[in-house]
Design a protein around this ligand. Structure first.
Ligand code: ADP
Length: 320
């Protein structure tokens, strides 16, 4: 699989008026976004996501490190520029304009014109499902429709790479689902997507791989399956009397869900599955199934970011 975006030890320090006021927004970031995948770029506010995007777009310069886009280290070359579509967070378009007018304006910035531009506008409106609303004023668009026009704008030059900053933030559940479906459709057509977000469920639903950033440092990255796999198990048991549930809880198993005599028990990483099953059997529980437990992305995020924050507190409390 070839990488369309690569960074190596990418570092950005925003210089303050004195050294004490310098902000290390990104430190030694090494990531890859592969061709035809959705890469979810996650992190709490202030963790360095937008800084990374601005660096990749050539809007600001790195303090150190390397970037390559489609194998090219000159990331501001016209070939690279044409191949990146960008949707900023909460993209604002003047609401006295019509959807199509916005696209005509952006198309002209790419140097497109005449019949070529008209054909491409028709195509991108079709892709984002806005053909019928093309002549309506932006003022009358829902948030989801505005976001679709934003995506249409990002697609104008038919780029291979899309960089989207918080594309589903602020949308209602129906619009979110529609935008998610659209992003998956674009991925399936061979586009590569870097999506920054703090909305974990959204990212879990569509990303092939994710990276979690905290205070400018990449804490972990990998495929969704790699990150969510855990060494824990769950046991689904029946005939679980309330006292039996209480007893297994005291023995170290955590009931996650119990309905009418049936219970789902979480086996902690520190306990062997064999011991856990013995505990259940000794309380006369009937084992229905045993399954590896997947973490949710939210659990992984809280664990990873939580331990990074704790490590930092420790260093600050015990400076050398
Ligand atoms: P995110 O997009 O994850 O919210 P940002 O990349 O915007 O994070 O910010 C990362 C850090 O860099 C934050 O501490 C932010 O305050 C700081 N920062 C961002 N832009 C600038 C700037 N132009 N000058 C100084 N500090 C900045």
């Amino acid at each position: 699989m070839s990488a369309v975006i690569e960074t190596h030890d990418l570092t950005k320090v925003y210089k303050g008026i004195s050294k004490a006021q310098d902000v290390s927004a990104l430190t030694n970031l090494t990531i890859e976004v592969n061709e035809g995948e959705i890469f979810g770029y996650l992190g709490p506010n202030g963790s360095g996501k937008t800084t990374t995007i601005k660096l990749l777009l050539g809007l600001i310069f790195p303090t150190a490190g390397l970037m390559k886009i489609m194998g090219e280290s000159n990331i501001t070359s016209p070939m690279v520029r044409k191949n990146i579509g960008y949707l900023p967070e909460g993209a604002y378009y003047p609401d006295f304009l019509r959807g199509e007018e916005i696209l005509r304006y952006y198309g002209s910035l790419y140097g497109m014109k005449g019949a070529n531009l008209k054909r491409r506008i028709d195509e991108v409106l079709e892709i984002v499902g806005m053909t019928r609303a093309r002549n309506r004023l932006i003022r009358g668009y829902s948030k989801g429709m505005r976001q679709r026009i934003g995506l249409a704008q990002a697609l104008l030059s038919d780029p291979g790479i899309l960089i989207l900053d918080e594309p589903t933030t602020g949308l209602d559940p129906v619009a979110r689902k529609e935008i998610r479906d659209l992003l998956i459709q674009l991925r399936d057509q061979g586009k590569s997507l870097l999506i920054s977000s703090h909305e974990l469920l959204e990212v879990e639903l569509i990303s092939d791989r994710v990276g979690i950033l905290f205070e400018g440092v990449l804490q972990t990255s990998g495929t969704i399956n790699e990150l969510l796999a855990s060494r824990e198990f769950t046991i689904n048991a029946e005939a679980a009397a309330p006292e039996a549930i209480q007893q297994v809880r005291e023995a170290g198993l955590s009931p996650e869900d119990s309905v009418a005599g049936s219970v789902v028990l979480r086996v902690p990483e520190t306990m062997s599955l064999y011991d856990a099953l013995e505990i259940c059997k000794s309380r006369n529980m009937k084992i229905v199934s045993v399954a590896p437990r997947r973490e949710t992305l939210e659990e992984v995020f809280v664990r990873v970011v939580g331990s990074a924050a704790k490590g930092k507190e420790h260093i600050e409390e015990n400076p050398k």
